[in-house]
Design a protein around this ligand. Sequence first.
Ligand code: DOR
Length: 450
Amino acid sequence: MAKNLLISGGRIIDPGQGWDKVGDLLISDGEIAWFGDKGKVPSQSDLVIVEADGLVVCPGFIDLHCHLREPGFEDKETIGSGTRAAARGGFTTVCCMPNTSPPLDTRASVDYVRKASEMDGVVRVLPIGCITKGRRGKELAEMNDLAEAGVIGFSDDGEPVSSSRVMSLAMEYSRDLGLPIIDHCEDKELSNGGLMNEGWVSARLGLKGIPAAVEETVVARDLALAELTGARVHICHVSTAGSVELLRRARDKGVPVTAEVTPHHLTLTEERVMWPQHGEDKRLAYDTNAKVNPPLRSGEDVAALIRGLNEGVIDAIATDHAPHTMADKMCEFGLAAFGISGFETTFGCLMSLVHEDKLSLNTLVARLTAGSAGIVGNKYGELGTLKAGCRADVTLFDPGGEWVVSSQGFISKGKNTPFEGCQFKGKVVATIVAGQVVHQDESVKVRKKR
Ligand code: DOR
């Protein structure tokens, strides 16, 4: 690998610094070295040039919420396959959830993920530690040990802490450790085995519904607890208009809360569950690839989420990449696993919002970079920026690049996508981590300077 990499002639968008201009970006020794007008770079030896005319160059995307499945569920994904899929999706940093086996509730299990990521990962992996031992919601994990092992926050993702007392105690510890509670908000007693959004589609299909209140009651509780304790709370995968409203009010009051939304909740509604829209077999009543938790909601919810994202009530877009095996999904709706394999479709699917004028390109980039970086914090250096001296994590995309989703071509082991067959306009063409190209589309032209 050359010492110097010049990305030449691209439109450089760095929302953290308010940059949006065409120019050259020089990377030296894995760090951002220089930015300026095209052709004006100070002369360099040992230079590789990436031609970026017509492409957008931005800080590498940061995913606050994914499932890499290792240790324990390597049939669904490994740190190797998951991070290569992430790189293809433009992500240079991913934060992985602790619902592994064993769960990330001890220093040893967090150390394992950190070491395996160093060995097999192609992007940076930042682990999230459990709030409670075994994700059972009863007894706090050794949060101090987990913080020392390097977790960027605490979550019992998928198994929300039902006890308000345990949650408020966890918030006191997380506040003192300076780390966020990364909060999957779901009242399991209320959802009671629900399978999809409660509404006309669930009634028509005869599937048990999950009302919006399942999420909103816990969002309301945890915003109250954040106010009580002063802890930083990050609300995961917001899915309802009511949650956006609760967040708006809490932010207005100065409660220390942030939030994320997924690409699927921004672009799909509950109707996607009804039948395979791109598959051939129209005899099926439902598509388990659209079964996800929280569930796909109504059109009004989708509109409220987009508004919340535009207004900054929602800070970041996170994939909730949840790969599953074919066997986990090729079964009755009630038995199928919740989750969508998201790394490789996230960017293309989000670009549809840009082409439909629902989101500006700059806001989209901001919510994938500076927005998520603000939540991770600076524990691992400054992320989500192209500032000189920072680690050179860079993503290049073609905003007009057209492609068709085919899960069989995914790098991820999880082929479970509700976007199969969708035609997207917007393609990640190169991903650079610490100055090394970890993903490169065949369309990208690279040459050595003689
Ligand atoms: O759909 C989901 N899948 N939601 C979750 O909360 C967990 C995730 C998984 O681990 O598969």
